[in-house]
Design a protein. Structure first.
Lengths: 240, 432
C-alpha cells in the first residue's frame, strides 16, 4: 500500500479538540446539576461530579446494612430542603442521622400500606418540588412505574434514590444512574451499572466508613489470632 | 298550546313526555340556597340584600375598582354561580328595584347612567310591577303592555284604579323616591347542603357535588376575610348515620382549589357502605385571615413547592398517621431517644455514641449457638460493649450491653445482650 502524505500535517490533539467529535470515554456533562457525594473517587466517575438532581438514581445493595445509606450520608447532609423517606424498611434513627450531619427536623417519613401507595407518595413528593431528596424503598417496582417516577423527577430539584434488591440489576430500568453496592475487604465496591456517558469497567473502591473504619478487622491484614481467642465471647465480656 | 306548559296537570304532562322527571318544589331549601348564595356573594361587596323568591341585590359602587369594572364583575358573578350549579340573569341599574325588574324580565342590561333608567325600563312588560290578576286584565283591556305606556297614563287615574303603592314602586324604580334595603348578615359558621338527584354509590362521583359546596365555602370565607383550618363533609345515607369526612390543613386557608384537591384525595380512598343521598359541608372554626399575596412568577423550572402542602396531600390520601417526622430526645434507652413527631418538630440536641441508621421497631431475639449470637450466620463482634442502664424510674428498666457486630454477609448490625431477664441476645439496629 502506498503511504499518503498530507499536504499539511495535522496534530492529532487538534483533531480531537474539534467540537463535532465526541470521544467515547467522555462523560456526559450536559447541564446536570449534581450534589457532591463526598467521595472523590466516586464523584470523578459520576456525570456532573455527584449524585444527579432531577433524576432517579438506583441503589442496588448486595445486602441490607453494608453501607448503602452511609454512602448517601454526606450528600444528604448537604441538602437544605426537607428529605422524604418513603416506605423505609425500618425506622430512620434520628440520633444517627444527626451524627451524620442530617438535620432530623427535615425528615418526612411516609409509611405506605401498599406498594401502590408507596409509589404514589414518591411521585407526589418528586412532583411537588418541595423536597431536597426523595428516598423510596419499593418492594417490586416495574419499568413503567419507575418511568413515571423518572418523569416526575425531571424538572424538580430533588435527588431521587430508589433502593432495589440486587436481583433487579438484571432488569432494565429507566433510571439514568444505577449503582450496585457490594463489600470489598471491609470497604465498599461500587459498580456503575448504568450512567450517562460510557460504562465503567472496574468497580470504584471506597475505604471503609465508620463504624467499620473505627473497628476495622479487615480480612487481609488481620493478625493471625488463634481462632478460639477471637471468638471467645465470654472471655471478652468478662473483661468488659 | 303544544307541549308541556305551566299549570298543566302532572298526568297530562307525563302523557306527553313519558320520560319526564317531576320533582316537588321545596321552598325551604330554595331560601336556604339563596341565603348561601348571599353569603358567597359577600366576597364581592359587603352590601347584599335578599329579595325572595330568587333575587339577590348587590350594591357594588364601591367594588368596581377592585374587580376592574362592571362587566368583569358581572362575569365573575356569573362564572362563580355556574360553579355552584346555578344559572343567573344579571342586570345592573342605579336603583335596586330597576335592577331587579330588568333581571326578572330577562333584560341583562348594565345601566350605569341614572338618566338612562327611564329608557331601560320603558321596554319592560307591566307584569314586573303589577302582579294582581285583575289589575293585569285591566291594563290589557286598555292596551297598556309596557311600563313606558303605563307612565303615559295620568297619575291620579292610575292611583284611583290600581293599588295605592303602584305609583310609589314605579317612582322608587326611577330613583325619584328613596328605596332603602336591609342587608344580609352572614352567619358565624358555615353550613350548606346539597340533596343529590339520585343516590350515589361511588365516592368519586361525590366530588362534583362537593365542589359546589367548596366554592360556596371559599366565597363565604373571602367575604369575611377569614380562613378555616378544618372542615368536614357529611354524607347522608338513608338508614345509617351520616359518614363524616374530616379534612385538616396545616394552616388556615380559603383556597377552593386546595380544598377540592384534598377532598379528591380523601374521597378516592373512601369506601362507601351505603349509597349517599345528600352531601353537606360544615366549617365551624372560622379564623381571621388577611389577604394573600399574589403568586410570584418564576421564569423557568417549577416554582418551589411547600412541603407542608405535600404533607397535607399525603395525609389526605394515606391517613394522618402515615406521615410523620422524627425527633431526638435526650434518653439513654435507644428506643426512646428517637420519637415519632410531626415533620419539622423541634429537636433537642444530644450526643450519643455510635448509632445505626436503622432502628428496628421491636428488637429481634437472636439465637445463641456456642456462645456466639447468630443472625444469618455467626456474628463477629467488632466494638463494644456500650453499657446502657436506664429507666428504673418509669418501670421500663433496661440494662443492656450494646455491640457493633459484623454478619457473614458483611453487613454491620447493632446488637445487645440483655443483662436483666434471661441474658439473651437481641438485634436492635442496622448500620445501613
Amino acid at each position: 500500500m502506498e503511504s499518503v502524505a498530507l499536504a499539511h500535517p495535522v496534530a492529532l490533539a487538534d483533531v480531537l479538540d474539534r467540537p463535532d467529535i465526541w470521544r467515547g470515554d467522555a462523560l456526559s456533562c450536559a447541564a446536570v446539576r449534581a450534589v457532591a457525594s463526598g467521595f472523590p473517587a466516586l464523584d470523578a466517575e459520576l456525570p456532573g461530579g455527584g449524585w444527579p438532581t432531577g433524576a432517579l438514581t438506583e441503589i442496588l445493595p448486595a445486602h441490607e446494612g453494608i453501607g448503602e445509606l452511609r454512602l448517601l450520608g454526606p450528600a444528604l447532609a448537604r441538602v437544605r430542603e426537607p428529605l422524604a423517606w418513603i416506605a423505609p424498611p425500618h425506622l430512620p434513627y434520628a440520633p444517627a442521622l444527626a451524627a451524620a450531619g442530617i438535620d432530623p427536623t427535615k425528615l418526612v417519613i411516609v409509611r405506605a400500606a401498599s406498594e401502590k401507595d408507596a409509589l404514589w407518595a414518591a411521585e407526589q413528593a418528586l412532583r411537588s418540588n418541595a423536597c431536597g431528596a426523595v428516598l423510596v424503598w419499593p418492594r417490586r417496582a416495574r419499568y413503567a412505574e419507575l418511568r413515571r417516577l423518572q418523569v416526575a423527577a425531571e424538572g424538580a430539584r430533588a435527588l431521587g434514590f430508589v433502593f432495589r434488591p440486587r436481583e433487579a440489576a438484571r432488569e432494565s430500568s429507566p433510571a439514568p444512574l444505577r449503582v450496585a453496592v457490594e463489600t470489598d475487604r471491609g470497604g465498599l465496591a461500587l459498580r456503575l451499572l448504568k450512567r450517562r456517558g460510557g460504562p465503567l469497567a472496574s468497580p470504584i473502591l471506597l475505604a471503609p466508613m465508620p463504624p467499620a473504619a473505627r473497628h476495622r478487622q479487615s480480612h487481609v491484614d488481620r493478625p493471625s489470632l488463634p481462632a478460639p481467642a477471637a471468638r471467645d465471647l465470654p472471655a471478652r465480656l468478662a473483661h468488659a | 298550546m303544544r307541549g308541556v306548559c305551566a299549570g298543566m296537570a302532572a298526568s297530562a304532562a307525563l302523557a306527553l313526555v313519558p320520560s319526564l322527571r317531576i320533582a316537588a318544589r321545596d321552598p325551604r331549601s330554595e331560601s336556604e340556597a339563596l341565603a348561601g348564595m348571599a353569603a358567597w356573594a359577600g366576597q364581592f361587596t359587603p352590601r347584599v340584600a335578599i329579595e325572595p323568591p330568587a333575587t339577590l341585590l348587590l350594591e357594588i359602587s364601591g367594588s368596581l375598582k377592585l374587580f376592574r369594572g362592571l362587566e368583569a364583575l358581572a362575569g365573575a358573578l356569573r362564572w362563580g354561580a355556574a360553579e355552584m350549579g346555578y344559572g343567573t340573569l344579571i342586570a345592573a341599574a342605579p336603583t335596586p328595584r330597576a335592577a331587579s325588574w330588568l333581571a326578572a324580565a330577562g333584560h341583562e342590561k348594565l345601566v350605569t347612567d341614572p338618566a338612562q333608567i327611564e329608557a331601560a325600563l320603558a321596554a319592560l312588560p307591566v307584569s314586573v310591577l303589577v302582579c294582581a290578576k285583575d289589575e293585569l286584565e285591566t291594563l290589557e283591556g286598555i292596551g297598556v303592555a309596557t311600563l313606558g305606556e303605563l307612565r303615559t297614563l295620568p297619575r291620579d287615574g292610575v292611583a284611583r284604579r290600581f293599588r295605592r303603592t303602584l305609583l310609589d314602586d314605579l317612582d322608587r324604580a326611577l330613583g325619584l323616591v328613596p328605596d332603602p334595603r336591609a342587608f344580609y348578615a352572614p352567619p358565624e359558621r358555615f353550613r350548606a347542603a346539597i340533596e343529590l338527584p339520585a343516590e350515589v354509590s361511588e365516592a368519586e362521583a361525590l366530588l362534583f357535588a362537593a365542589r359546589r359546596l367548596v366554592v360556596q365555602l371559599a366565597g363565604f370565607l373571602a367575604a369575611r376575610g377569614s380562613g378555616v383550618q378544618r372542615f368536614a363533609l357529611a354524607l347522608a345515607h338513608r338508614d345509617r348515620e351520616a359518614t363524616r369526612v374530616e379534612i385538616g390543613l396545616s394552616a388556615a386557608a380559603r383556597d377552593a382549589e386546595r380544598f377540592t384537591m384534598l377532598l379528591r384525595e380523601r374521597l378516592s380512598a373512601l369506601q362507601l357502605r351505603e349509597p349517599v343521598r345528600a352531601v353537606a359541608l360544615e366549617a365551624d372554626d372560622v379564623t381571621s385571615l388577611p389577604g394573600e399575596e399574589p403568586e410570584l412568577v418564576f421564569e423557568k423550572g417549577r416554582p418551589p413547592g411547600q412541603w407542608q402542602h405535600l404533607v397535607e396531600r399525603l395525609r389526605a390520601r394515606l391517613g394522618a398517621g402515615a406521615v410523620h417526622g422524627v425527633a431526638v430526645r435526650a434518653e439513654h434507652r435507644p428506643e426512646r431517644a428517637c420519637v415519632l413527631a410531626d415533620p419539622g418538630a423541634e429537636q433537642m440536641h444530644a450526643y450519643f455514641g455510635e448509632r445505626p441508621f436503622w432502628l428496628l421497631r421491636h428488637p429481634k431475639r437472636l439465637q445463641e449457638i456456642g456462645g456466639v449470637p447468630h443472625h444469618e450466620g455467626p456474628l463477629e463482634l467488632l466494638a463494644g460493649p456500650e453499657r446502657i442502664e436506664s429507666g428504673w424510674w418509669d418501670g421500663d428498666d433496661a440494662s443492656r450491653d450494646y455491640f457493633v457486630a459484623r454478619a457473614s454477609s458483611e453487613a454491620l448490625v447493632w446488637i445487645y445482650r440483655d443483662r436483666r431477664g434471661d441474658g439473651g441476645w437481641h438485634l436492635h439496629g442496622v448500620f445501613a
